[in-house]
Design a protein around this ligand. Sequence first.
Ligand code: G3H
Ligand code: 13P
Ligand code: ZN
Length: 321
Amino acid sequence: MIVTTAQLAKHAYGKYAVGAYNINNLEQTAGLFRGCIDSQAPFIIQLSKGARNYTDKRFLEGIIRAADEIYPEAIYAVHLDHGDEETCYDCIDSGFYSSVMIDASHHAFDENVAIVKRVVDRAHAKGLTVEAELGQLGGVEEDVVVDEGNACLTDPNQAVEFIQRTGCDSLAAAIGTSHGAFKFKGQQSLHFEVIKEIAEKVAAAGLPPIPIVMHGSSSVPQDEVRRINAAGGKIQDSCGVNEDEYLPAAKLGVTKINIDTDGRLVWTRVHREYFRDNPAQFDFRPPGKIFIDEYAKFIAHKNGKLGSAGQLSSLRAALSK
Ligand code: G3H
Ligand code: 13P
Ligand code: ZN
């Protein structure tokens, strides 16, 4: 059942975070639904501009509708990840999405505000909510590249003005993470003080609590990278976000945690190992089936770390009130 992202955020706020998983194809979708049912977790399906253009956006919609029939127990939202203005409007008008992210954080503050405000007005008129970004993560977001030196954490004072002027429903805050598989050279901690300060300043300004979104949340498991490289890969050494920091962040108001890279690593490990061990094989279905199983296990594991595992029945009860 597709619900709004706001309904998921309301149930999760201060208690757990909902996993927001990017999907691009059938196998990921099948594994995602199965993993969330196995772990009894609500979830957010994220579609990026790249995913929508990989084949045709209508394929993704069709796959999701089929999964919805196969797993009637599932409760989830459908979200546009890292949208530009034009893609946001396309999703708002399509009637299929629960929410959109407008990513204008690479613009100067006033321009970011103006763009977000336009999207918020169009989205709210159709009952969708809007995630907007303030601050800059390191790494690559769609076509925008930000090097480590230029990545800057969200300024909590600016966040209050940003929320007031834009009317955005959730805030993608830069709290030390970056996108992709190369995040930190050594293990680093999230900037919890930024999340805390945003919540405090928002409350002091008399605004309702704002759900915070954490991008770049993959943990880049070292064992996954080791197995990929042992099967012919050349992925350089790097650390991701410590999975044990997901829940402490959620308790401070992070309701949506975006994970894409770790799922790609699962895909790469399964396929590299399969074809290394079965060099005469050319049927893609056996590794595809292994991937669906492994992806489902991976999703269930992540939901356990996010605290969303086991929340389905309580959420269902809250939604029916
Ligand atoms: O943050 C970006 C997501 O990982 C989506 O990646 O734009 O390559 O689909 P993509
Ligand atoms: P990762 O690259 O850390 O998985 O982040 C994904 C993301 O932020 C999608 O918006
Ligand atoms: Zn992101």
